[in-house]
Design a protein around this ligand. Structure first.
Ligand code: FAD
Length: 479
């Protein structure tokens, strides 16, 4: 067992200022610890940054854009982020899902109104989501924490788990008949970035759906950077220090801290600290698996997207991919190393709801599709064809494009190995037992090193809960 060295300059140094690094920093600073965050990039925020990627005056979220998980995060809810200018904008509809031969499927915040748009599946949708929505706040501590054999709410978690453990395909095929409900749920399931017939892809479907009904799918005014800035300002208010523009390439650069937290993924931890960590643990980290990548496209538009179905203008998030069958096929193809001709496209149109994002009358589009890990293929045409399919005339409005293939994503943020945006695939084996299957997933055994990134439970998304739980493990270590 390693003893804490009390002569060090800092109690903790955190490598990386993503939402989890910032969350961990805040928890430690709240507990009176002397903490420094070191960030490779010139700005804080990791996957929650906003930049002028196209033309002057057009603000684009480089990575995350829509934040149901930040809104649901019990830790973020406990912070006075509004004091630092953070304002949430919650569009009327969490998600719109256009279809070819019928009106778009719509997820409204009101579960009953959503269900009433789903024809014969009305009651089935209510039966699936109502119990989760009703138990949402009780379920969150368990859903947004490490795997726990003794959950805080065992009965509620067990009830949730019965459906969550299934593949999204089996859930949808066994319960839902209407094209529109099947498509809507497939769009949620595809956030898992894996074939929809993989076990536990229902978990993300249920969590994102329930979050939409419980808290909405909001976005910060001014972009995701506003959330990162508010977290960073609160951290420094509590006495924390931040150094940007410093890439850590060896753990030896960090020796003056009692504890070191990595807001980075296993591959990079091995690169910078392999000789300092137990061989058996390093071997397990070497077996950690990454999932498909993303191709990201940001557009400056001359006007709003001309959706065939005007209801699509009431949601910041639009899922484009047509039917359940089409989306399931595209996501399976990606896993087989194929670039789909008709990819599933996740699109956000923030400027419809936030006038700070683009010059008056102009608009931004944020969109991406899944691609095989490490892909360098340009998917612009496939993405734009999919949008044009549901919004004829859209292509004529494009003023400027910023493209990032999966390899570019990793250059932008070294955490996106091969373009994997979740810090490792979130399949059944790696969802709650990431990065390795241990009682304490945050501590690297017999070291003063901790992992606080989305490669630890509960995984990807902007919620800060990996950082929160890792910081609890550090506080325990420093006792
Ligand atoms: C295109 C895209 C869309 C997304 N959409 C959403 C969304 O809409 N909603 C949502 O909730 N989530 C979304 N995500 C996922 C979300 O951004 C991530 O899950 C989240 O940012 C993970 O946070 P993190 O703190 O674990 O790591 P990161 O945010 O990746 O932060 C890690 C930080 O560490 C820094 N770093 C890495 N290596 C080093 C080093 N050696 N030395 C110093 N610093 C280093 C990086 O520069 C980075 O700033 C999206 C991601 C992408 C890429």
């Amino acid at each position: 067992m390693i003893a804490v060295n009390y002569n060090k300059e800092y109690d903790a140094i955190i490598v990386g200022s993503g939402p989890n690094g910032l969350a961990a920093g805040i928890v430690l600073a709240q507990n009176g610890k002397k903490v420094k965050i070191i960030e490779a990039s010139d700005s804080v925020g990791g996957g929650a940054r906003t930049k002028f990627l196209t033309l002057p005056g057009y603000k684009h979220d480089v990575c995350s854009a829509i934040h149901p998980m930040a809104m649901a995060s019990p830790f973020f809810a406990s912070l006075p982020l509004q004091n630092y200018g953070l304002k949430w904008i919650t569009p009327e509809f969490p998600v719109a899902h256009p279809l070819d031969n019928e009106p778009a499927a719509i997820m409204e915040m009101d579960v009953h109104r959503t269900a009433s748009g789903l024809g014969r599946d009305n009651q089935t949708y209510l039966n699936l989501f109502n119990p989760i929505i009703n138990d949402f706040n009780d379920l969150l501590p368990d859903l947004l924490g490490p795997f726990n054999l003794f959950p805080k709410n065992p009965i509620k978690v067990a009830k949730f788990g019965l459906n969550a453990i299934r593949s999204a395909s089996s859930l949808i095929n066994s319960k839902f008949k209407e094209t529109r409900s099947r498509a809507l749920l497939a769009g949620l399931a595809a956030h898992s970035i894996q074939p929809l017939n993989n076990a536990a892809t229902s978990a993300i479907t249920l969590v994102l759906g329930a979050a939409g009904h419980a808290v909405g799918w909001p976005m910060p005014e001014g972009g995701s950077q506003s959330l990162s800035n508010a977290l960073a300002e609160h951290f420094t208010f509590l006495g924390g220090e931040i150094e940007t523009g410093k890439m850590i390439s060896s753990v030896k650069q960090l020796s003056e801290a009692k504890a070191i937290l990595f807001d980075i993924t296993p591959k990079q931890i091995l690169e910078i600290a392999e000789n300092e960590i137990p061989k058996s643990y390093a071997k397990k980290l070497n077996r950690y698996r990454y999932g498909p990548g993303v191709f990201k496209l940001d557009l400056a538009l001359d006007g709003p997207i001309p959706w065939k179905d005007e209801n699509c203008c009431k949601a910041a998030t639009v899922h484009i991919g047509g039917t359940f069958e089409e989306i399931a096929k595209a996501e399976s193809q990606v896993f087989e190393g194929i670039h789909p001709e008709k990819p599933f496209v996740l699109l956000a149109q923030q400027s419809l709801f936030d006038s700070t994002r683009a010059p008056e009358g102009k608009h931004t589009v944020w969109c991406y599709c899944h691609v095989p890990n490490g892909s360098t293929q340009d998917m612009t045409q496939q993405i734009e064809d999919q949008i044009e399919r549901f919004a004829p005339g859209f292509k004529d409005l494009i003023l400027f494009r910023n493209k990032m293939n999966a390899a570019d994503m990793q250059t932008y943020n070294p955490n996106y190995i091969g373009g994997d945006i979740n810090g490792g695939i979130q399949d059944l084996r790696q969802l709650y037992t990431r990065p390795v299957n241990l009682f304490d997933p945050y501590r690297i055994p017999n070291t003063s090193f901790f992992i606080c990134s989305s490669s630890s439970p509960p995984g990807g998304g902007v919620h800060g809960m990996c950082g929160y739980h890792a910081a609890q493990a550090v506080l325990n270590f420093l006792k």
